[in-house]
Design a protein around this ligand. Sequence first.
Ligand code: SF4
Ligand code: SF4
Length: 369
Amino acid sequence: MSKIYQLARNKFPQLLEALKSAGYRCIGPQVRDGAILFDDLESIDQLPAGRQDLQAPGEYRMQEIHSPRYFAWANGPQALKPYLFTPHEVLWKASRDNNVGIKFNEVEPDLQLLALIGVRACDLAALQLQDAHFQECDQPDPYYTKRREQLFLIAVNCTHPADTCFCVSTGDGPRVTTNYDLVLSELDESFLIAAGSERGAAILATLSTTDATPDAIETADTETDLAARRQTRSLPSRNLRDQLFANLHHPHWNDVAERCLSCGNCTSVCPTCFCYSENEQPAMDGNESRHVREWDSCFTHGHSYIHGFVVRPDTASRYRQWLIHKLGSWHDQYGRSGCVGCGRCISWCPTGIDITEEATAVCTVKDND
Ligand code: SF4
Ligand code: SF4
């Protein structure tokens, strides 16, 4: 890591001002509708000071704590995904033209510089996986790629994991190690701050920092180490590929299906899920049509529809598809599991289905078939 500096808490607003002066639209965590959500950040006062999230299977709520800290929480339902792979996007438009018949019109993505404040280690790991899928491939997605180029990432080391977090088990947190422009460690009276890129260093150089004291560095390290030790959930292994494929007919898939609603919440909140559908949306007058991409989920009926046949007609086969792709065949596609241990799918599942428990049940009992 590059040199670590210290920024007094009362100087922290300088960071927001420096980003705005550099032309960035700033996005940061705020309390909205009883959860931590990312939204436009005009003032540091909008950050969730003294707020903490309490998460459990099927549960998420906020509580107030006696602390000046802005980042004393684990995560909310969003990660970075909606800012790069947007839930709804018009890819192109078609219109009638008297000379050429049908004319296709390109739609340019919004190219605003975007600074995201408060990104966690698991979110950065998920971003690397989305990068692998959308831009490090034979046919890079131009919409994703252009937005990615505009992104400035201000990461924060975790000190308050939720009960649902298991990033230690996947190797993705709670300490931020890579893929950021600036990284913060929050203490009661100050922040430690270090640059991870040239543009991060340029912003850092404008702030009223001092060299970080050894005591402050040790305190910050200890807090993140403690956050790692507080995690109680885990997956049985970082590579469950062979065990999952050896258990395609395990009775536990039917057991999960009795609890699963096939609602797709888990895929919506998952920072690595990338499935989408495309459809035409014609105007009422018949003169124009928009070609739209929208998030899809392997839990929907239409996701496995092929030529009059739904390949996965029941919940058991859909849950199996989700888990075996996420924890199994991602290894073939991207060289690692598709889970970064954020725990969102556990908290936001309406019936509290826990990926760590289901994977353990399938992988530690022999296939009956
Ligand atoms: S599968 Fe669940 S815990 Fe893993 S990255 Fe997705 S939402 Fe997070
Ligand atoms: S596992 Fe939970 S969140 Fe996912 S589809 Fe089933 S009920 Fe919905």
